[in-house]
Design a protein around this ligand. Structure first.
Ligand code: HEC
Length: 348
């Protein structure tokens, strides 16, 4: 197309040049109008050229229009195609989105009950475990208590090792708990026997226990081993708190002295002071610790009883006829109102 225009421009330029010439010629042509002059010939050439140029221009315009026309539907089609494609992509994207959303929703819906179920199951499991634990605890508690009692009594009832007063005896083996399930000895009929024994020993009853002429706690033990309340209580308390170190029946262990032996010479005040304040001794690189029980009411409130029991064992070591053998007493006196009150006041 720009080539056509160049042609047209060249033609026009030639025409103009000739026109100037013709004008010059015209001034002279007036004088000779007869035959076609050179300028007339030139004008004809210019006209022909003009026509040709016009023709060319028209053709070019037609071609352009034709091309335009031919292209128009294609452009339209292309535009439409692009539009369609875009629409298609958009639709597809939206479809895909819908599908994904739908799938997500479905997955959520499908998972929801499972999550709920899992939650419930977990809750149930926790509840079941808690119930079971509570059940087991309830079931075991009385057994543990019973076993504790049985062990305590069985240890206390262990037969005495042959007396070896000079050195602390080896720890007495703990018998099986089944050996002696122990109810407290029936008191019926024992009160009178024990009281008679106390009278025989010249003891006075004061502040819930029998005492010697110096007012020191003193056991009353019959010849068939029935004991006063304090000795009985001391027997139990000793095997609760002291026997782990001092051995059953106050016979001693490899670690701590036999207290039955100790009380042959140790007085009440020293005994009391040792338990209240404790004692730590280092011998040949080994540290022996007697704990201080002064702050422990479970010990201090029954220490007179424990002393009385150990004293009963100690006497037995001196003279088997007057004292008490190892193991559980054969009978006991009932607790006195005074002893009951003293214990209650002390333990708070
Ligand atoms: C943790 C172990 C342990 C316990 C529990 C224990 N003791 Fe001791 N006790 C000892 C030791 C060890 C000695 C000896 C220290 C030494 O070697 O001098 C001792 C010494 C004693 C002494 C001095 C004995 C003597 O001949 O010098 C008395 C009295 C005593 N204990 C009383 C008791 C009483 C009563 C109880 C219970 C309420 C008790 N102990 C509980 C470890 C213990």
């Amino acid at each position: 197309m720009s080539a056509d225009l160049k042609v047209l421009a060249a033609v026009l330029a030639v025409g103009a040049a000739l026109g100037v010439g013709a004008c010059n010629e015209d001034k002279t042509a007036n004088k000779a109008p007869a035959a076609p002059t050179a300028s007339e010939k030139a004008a004809a050439v210019v006209d022909a050229a003009k026509d040709k140029a016009a023709d060319v221009a028209g053709k070019v315009a037609d071609k352009v229009a034709a091309v335009k026309e031919a292209a128009a539907p294609k452009v339209e089609a292309a535009k439409e195609a692009v539009k369609d494609a875009a629409a298609n992509v958009a639709d597809k994207a939206s479809d895909a989105k819908d599908v994904v959303v739908a799938k997500l929703e479905a997955a959520k819906d499908a998972a929801a009950p499972k999550v709920e179920a899992a939650k419930e199951a977990a809750k149930d499991a926790v509840a079941v475990v808690a119930d079971k634990a509570a059940e087991v605890k309830d079931a075991v508690a009385p057994k543990v208590e019973a076993a504790k009692e049985a062990v305590k009594d069985a240890i206390a009832a262990a037969p005495a090792a042959p007396a070896a007063p000079a050195a602390p005896a080896a720890p007495v083996a703990t018998p099986a708990p089944a050996a002696a399930p122990a109810a407290a000895p029936a008191a019926t009929g024992d009160n009178a026997e024990v009281q008679a024994q106390a009278t025989t020993q010249g003891l006075a009853f004061k502040d819930g226990r029998y005492r010697d002429k110096d007012g020191k706690p003193t056991p009353a033990v019959t010849k068939d081993y029935k004991v006063d309340w304090a000795t009985w209580q001391g027997f139990r308390r000793y095997h609760d708190a002291c026997h782990v170190c001092h051995g059953p029946n106050a016979l001693g262990s490899s670690f701590a002295p036999g207290l039955g032996e100790s009380l042959k010479t140790m007085d009440y005040e020293t005994f009391f002071g040792t338990v209240v304040g404790g004692r730590t001794v280092n011998r040949a690189g080994t540290t022996y610790v007697m704990p201080a029980f002064g702050e422990d009411r479970n010990i201090m409130c029954y220490l007179d009883d424990i002393y009385t029991y150990i004293k009963a064992r100690s006497n037995n070591m001196v003279d088997p006829k007057t004292g008490m053998p190892a193991g559980r007493p054969n009978g006991r006196e009932d607790i006195s109102p005074e002893a009951k009150k003293a214990a209650a006041d002390c333990t708070g």
